[in-house]
Design a protein around this ligand. Structure first.
Ligand code: HEM
Length: 471
């Protein structure tokens, strides 16, 4: 057998490897590493764990799509496993295949179409609340988007709309998310069984989440609350032999959707408001499309294919700020990626943030340019130059849900408001479990006059041009 070479990479310290640079500024460190060392970067080892960054689209494709049987998520999810058990998000092998087959139909396009009314109603309620906010007052759009996407997920998965169950669930989840995020870059990780106040709070939050999720499942089984939602679809789904998801699996799926289904969408939306406030020309073009296609009415599922520019704005925001900015795989057997030898048991980091900014595939990679997603400008771009939802057999199950929700929210909010970034507020990227900002995104709301045709918009446009040029 030909001896394969090892990939190049930065010099690292013994034992702690690249951890100091990586934990100080992971986005910059990994982006620089890919630009300097290429397709596959040897990041050295942190303790016994050998790390590689897989940056090149064809190499990402190989891991996610061409040889996925050699790559598991397993080792990287021990903490989150305590929360979501053996649910779809982290299960492997036959158990994953079985659950995915049963759950997939609940996320088909026509099922998502049936959830659009819930999405638009909850967005309209948020807009109504915003309309009561005094002019010039600031609000943190990250908090607002989190609240909205949580409400949408609770409504569509569990038919919950704002009762005591909601606050218990949300508080428990927020405690869990903060704990896991803090732990992500912690230098010393005490075992979770160690009785520190944080560990105890974390365990309590897991218990609350379990209790509430089990209560909801049992109530549903007793037929007390018939509903048409994702939980009911999961409960009714059957395999060829008539078997379905067990109570434990139902529980793990529901909690798993919590881990996957709103932080990412909320982060994406927050970044969209930030980008639109920074790029008024893009915002004007978006506004023109909304007026032309919707003429002031609430968008429907059928409108979405016609809101092409809106979709490109979402795609481009997810290129620059992918909610799931990094994820990892372990290889079961030795492998060769991009011509380099990767020994079994390594950890491979795949980062949409890094690949989405590689100058080989993206002109002016740091610029916000939605039209790079037009069909003409997408020609020749490798499939995995862009993978905000992952790919291959483990591609995000909620991608249509998320894109629908985000497109609707962007359209509805833009119809009513322009969101202006508070000038002195620092917006710093914070790569936690999802790509957040360190201090939220403070913005002021500028109500828009109701515009339902393009000539009214043109009058507005000239005003907007003056405003944007003067700031
Ligand atoms: C902007 C929003 C979202 C982004 C960026 C995103 C991204 C991702 C990515 C990258 C993966 C694959 C991770 C890997 O391969 O290790 C994934 C998996 C998953 N996502 Fe999403 N997601 C989003 C929204 C959602 C929503 C709204 C739901 C559900 C309502 C959801 C449910 C899932 C599930 C269940 C999986 C696991 C699929 C499997 O392993 O078979 N996601 N997501």
């Amino acid at each position: 057998m030909v001896q394969q070479k090892r990939p190049p990479g930065p010099r690292n310290l013994p034992i702690i490897g690249c951890f100091p640079q990586m934990s100080t500024n992971p986005l910059q460190f990994l982006t620089n590493a890919a630009r300097e060392y290429g397709n596959v970067v040897n990041l050295g080892s942190i303790g016994p764990q050998q790390l590689y960054l897989i940056a090149d689209p064809d190499c990402v494709k190989y891991v996610l799509q061409e040889n996925p049987q050699n790559y598991t998520k397993g080792e990287n999810f021990q903490d989150i496993k305590l929360v979501i058990g053996e649910g779809l998000v982290i299960s492997e092998g036959d158990s994953w295949r079985y659950q995915r087959r049963l759950m997939q139909p609940s996320f088909h396009r026509q099922q998502i179409a049936a959830m659009v009314d819930d999405m638009t109603q909850l967005t309209a309620q948020m807009i109504e609340r915003w309309q009561k906010i005094p002019s010039g007052a600031t609000l943190d759009v990250s908090e607002q988007m989190l609240d909205l996407t949580q409400k949408i997920l609770l409504k569509t998965t569990l038919s919950i709309d704002g009762d005591s169950n909601t606050s218990e669930l949300i508080q428990a989840w927020n405690t869990i998310y903060k704990f896991l995020s803090d732990r992500l870059w912690a230098v010393i990780k005490l075992p979770i069984s160690f009785p520190t106040p944080e560990n105890r709070q974390f365990q309590q939050a897991i218990n609350t989440l379990r209790t509430v999720a089990n209560r909801i499942i049992q109530e549903r089984k007793q037929g007390n609350h018939p509903a048409h939602d994702i939980l009911s679809m999961f409960m009714n789904t059957q395999d060829e032999s008539g078997g379905g998801l067990s109570d434990q699996q139902l529980h793990d799926q529901i909690v798993g959707l919590f881990s996957a289904g709103f932080e990412t969408s909320a982060a994406t939306l927050s970044w969209i408001w930030y980008l639109l406030s920074k790029y008024p020309t893009v915002e004007r073009q978006l506004q023109a499309e909304l007026v032309t296609v919707l003429a002031g009415r609430t968008p429907t599922f059928e409108d979405l294919p016609h809101l092409k520019y809106t979709k490109m704005v979402v795609q481009e925001a997810m290129r620059l700020y992918p909610g799931a900015w990094i994820y990892a795989r372990n290889n079961l057997n030795d492998d060769v990626i991009g011509g380099y030898h990767i020994p079994a048991g390594s950890m491979l980091l795949l980062s949409p943030f890094v690949t989405h900014r590689l100058p080989t595939f993206w002109d002016n990679p740091e610029g916000f340019d939605p039209e790079r997603f037009t069909p003409e400008r997408s020609v020749g771009r490798p499939r995995y130059a862009y993978f905000p939802f992952g790919g291959g057999q483990r591609q995000c199950l909620g991608d249509i849900f998320a894109l629908t929700e985000i497109q609707l929210i962007v359209a509805m909010v833009c119809q009513r408001f322009r969101l202006n970034l508070v000038p002195e507020h620092p917006v710093e990227r914070q790569p936690l479990l999802t790509l957040q900002t360190s201090q939220g995104i403070l913005m002021t709301l500028e109500p828009r006059p109701e515009i339902d045709n393009v000539s009214q918009l043109n009058t507005q446009k000239s005003l907007l041009t003056v405003n944007s040029e003067s700031c």
